[in-house]
Design a protein around this ligand. Structure first.
Ligand code: GDP
Ligand code: MG
Length: 209
């Protein structure tokens, strides 16, 4: 099982020219503001304040890079869906995210977060369309699962499966995982997926002769 022994904030990126020079595999976190992205990152790393939750939702416009075990990156994309963001900023966000996803190969896995209690928003669906289009393997993570009774959680997962059948081509979706910061089990499921996707797509090292 993957053990996270070190996790540090590396840098914020507002423009793809500022991407870290060291090309390591990336695990990318995507979701609307307030969905629980910072909480998930902190929980996976067992660090209380690694990902800074921004006071004003929608204010973080940068892609935040964290370096994990000196081996791969956790990448926190700016949250979306905050109503008060001006149109011009929204266009900038779209361009940044689309260019980011187009890079393809460095991205080992994306985690698309959706609140377990809510229907996916049009922006959530657009994000999943992009992930499919750019062939990024991704997981659908249903956050705040503790706020739903167990029976309803099962129904929610069924509804998402339906959605994949009817609207998305589901080729790149590697699973639907309920998650709660209150419980340990979702964390282990996600770490297992992280481990698989940093190993599988890692470039082969040169053999010593
Ligand atoms: N009950 C519950 N609350 C959560 C969970 N995850 C996040 N939250 C709360 O939701 C709010 C937004 O979380 P945050 O991680 O800052 O969201 P972000 O904007 O997506 O980074 C905070 O008040 C968190 O404490 C969860 O699994 N269960
Ligand atoms: Mg956050």
């Amino acid at each position: 099982m993957l053990k996270i022994t070190s996790a540090e904030f590396l840098q914020g990126v507002a423009d793809l020219r500022q991407l870290p020079k060291n090309e390591l595999r990336e695990i990318v976190f995507i979701g609307r503001s307030n969905v629980g992205k910072s909480s998930l990152l902190n929980k996976l790393c067992n660090k209380k304040n690694l990902a800074r939750s921004s006071g004003t939702p929608g204010k973080t416009r940068e892609i935040n890079y964290y370096i994990i075990n000196n081996e791969f990156y956790f990448v926190d994309l700016p949250g979306y869906g905050y109503a008060k963001v001006p149109e011009q900023m929204r266009a900038g966000w779209k361009k940044l995210i689309e260019e980011f996803l187009q890079r393809g190969e460095p991205i080992g896995l994306a985690m698309q977060l959706i609140d377990a209690r809510q229907e996916p928003t049009p922006l959530d669906l657009m994000m999943m369309d992009w992930l499919e289009y750019y062939e990024v393997p991704y997981l659908l993570v249903l956050t705040k699962a503790d706020k739903l009774p167990f029976s309803k959680l099962g129904k929610t997962i069924e509804n998402f499966k339906e959605l994949f059948h009817s609207q998305l081509n589901e080729g790149c979706c590697h699973g639907i995982v309920p998650f709660s910061i209150m419980k340990a089990d979702g964390r282990l499921d996600l770490l297992k997926m992280v481990q698989e996707h940093i190993v599988d797509r890692r470039p082969t090292k040169k053999k010593a002769v």
